[in-house]
Design a protein around this ligand. Sequence first.
Ligand SMILES: [Fe+2]
Length: 294
Amino acid sequence: MTTYPVNLAVRPEVFAFFDDATNTISYIVKDPASDACAVVDSVMDIDYAAGRITFDHADELIRVIKEKQLKLEWIIETHVHADHLSAAPYIQQQLGGRIGVGSKITVVQDTFGKVFNEGTEFQRDGSQFDALFEDGDTYMIGTMQAFSMYTPGHTPACMVHVMGDAAFVGDTLFMPDGGSARADFPGGDAGVLYDSIQKVLSLPDETRLFMCHDYGPNGRDIAWETSVAEEKAHNIHVGSSKTKEDFVKFRSERDAILAMPTLIIPSLQVNMRAGEVPTDADGNPMLKVPVNTL
Ligand SMILES: [Fe+2]
């Protein structure tokens, strides 16, 4: 098993931005010892019915980075999201930084390249991104070392990114009362997800965990931060005495009755291109709707 360079002594400042259209939380993570920062899981706004894209959510992240006079070094995607569109290129254009994702993006590009009947001009080698992470890869945000943990199961390209004592878990875990994300997308696997979650829970108990989504189950207020200790003790899907068999059975039964996310069709086409909207033969931004294939 990979040994990860955990360093809980470094405590980055974390600024969270909740997108209520998609229940996504985007983050700015600041190195405590310099002005460097990273963005994790940004959101581009879409009115899908109208085919209209706007940038209010991303503009707020950009405004805060400028106001605090931070230097954006990384724009991280924990995975190819199926429920919201990434604003990574829009943010990069204004503030710089490198866009990074898990190296298994190539598997996702291959799968959905077929679903969307993409031509040969759609590269399936991850070259739309500036960096492709492998399990245990390290990178710097100013003076702060960060590393990626390969955590497949929800999708084949999922990575958890750990920056000091803060881990950005993507869709491996939800808050303890939310449990876990679905594992039925192409390339997903409930058993693999369970193993990935155990990997996250093997981080030190006091590691801060930051969610990518929260739906405020049972009427509670939206929340996004918990800890390894809290998840181990209380997560309703994987905490305390829940076995892998329990999890796989529960997850498979639940996933079988879940509807597709509202924005899955535009999200995949944009996010597998690192946040670029595809174009038609004349260069106009254009999205497809494959019929009866998803
Ligand atoms: Fe996801």
